[in-house]
Design a protein. Structure first.
Length: 312
């Protein structure tokens, strides 16, 4: 039953992202009192109340959004402002490699011998599972639709987009790095096979997909998106930071990742979170490409309705 609900809500959000609409609320009485109001007029009306003069509204699809995200990700990732982050994360990766084997050995031994510890790690690893991001996206979306909280709708949409965009990039890195998982290691800290044979990769995925962590990267993307949308919320930091720490411990304890897999995961998650949340898409006004509410005339019946379209 849980899988059914997850699948249903995932399909719901994918469908709304592809169509650019969530729902349409009829408002014929308003239209009847404004018979000369055109669709252009309604767009101008919304612009005057909700947007800056340099923001324009267009119907966008999710594929175009992803192309924009990767374009800006590339610019942001290699920007001079991000060089220090790259250097820091590279240094952390090299340093943590010295402790990979010892940390994993201790954590995995506890995981195998302590039932309480094992149960806790089996539970906390779900923080990085896709179902958690999809579920959180759905909660924000349904809440926003119910109470007409457009920021919540936007946040839900961003969480889903961040999960997908980050996941695709992580898969690319995995297929290039070819690092063994701890549970499949043939040498301490795992063997690296840069640009591995892809046929071998799919035959024995655990021998190639440790670096970097998709669980941690997607969870960190979600955390950044939430902090960008709700910067004054202390609860997000109080819950999010310990949750991310617990997730990293569970991933090492279960033998899914080495500690040195996390710095790049964090950097990818941080950058994609910033890009999707909009900080780098429109540096002048901090507006992101996403779902927005907008009044428009329905083509059938000429009734004024509230729709959601992609904002660029």
């Amino acid at each position: 039953m849980l899988k059914f609900y997850i699948t249903f809500f995932f399909c719901f959000w994918i469908g709304t992202a592809l169509t650019g609409k969530v729902y349409s609320k009829d408002n014929s009485s308003f239209y009847e009192s404004h018979p000369d109001l055109t669709e252009k007029d309604t767009i101008n009306l919304i612009n005057s109340h909700f947007a800056s003069p340099n923001i324009r509204y267009e119907n966008k699809n999710i594929i175009t959004n992803f192309a924009d995200y990767y374009q800006y990700f590339g610019k942001v990732f290699v920007s001079s402002e991000n060089i220090s982050n790259i250097i820091t994360m590279t240094g952390l990766t090299i340093m943590l490699r010295q402790f990979d084997h010892g940390t994993y050995t201790l954590a995995h031994k506890e995981y195998r011998t302590n039932k309480v510890y094992k149960g806790l790690q089996d539970y906390t690893v779900n923080i990085g599972e896709g179902a958690s991001q999809i579920g959180l996206s759905t909660i924000f979306g349904l809440y926003g639709i119910t109470v007409k909280d457009y920021k919540a709708i936007n946040t839900g949409s961003q969480i889903l987009e961040g999960f997908v965009t980050t996941g695709l990039m992580v898969q690319l890195v995995k297929h290039v790095a070819g690092r063994e998982r701890p549970t499949a290691m043939s040498k301490p800290s795992g063997r690296w096979d840069i640009f591995p044979n892809q046929k071998n990769y799919f035959k024995s995925i655990t021998h190639y997909d440790s670096f970097c962590s998709g669980h941690f990267a997607s969870a960190f993307t979600t955390y950044i998106i939430l902090t960008e949308n709700y910067p004054n919320s202390s609860a997000i930091k109080l819950i999010g930071i310990p949750a991310l720490g617990a997730l990293s411990i569970s991933l090492v304890s279960k033998g899914m990742h080495w500690p040195s897999d996390f710095p790049l995961s964090m950097l990818l998650g941080y950058t994609f979170g910033q890009v999707v949340a909009g900080s780098h898409l429109h540096p002048d006004n901090n507006i992101n490409s996403n779902l927005i509410p907008i009044l428009s005339l329905n083509q059938i019946g000429k009734k004024l309705g509230l729709n959601f379209v992609w904002k660029l």
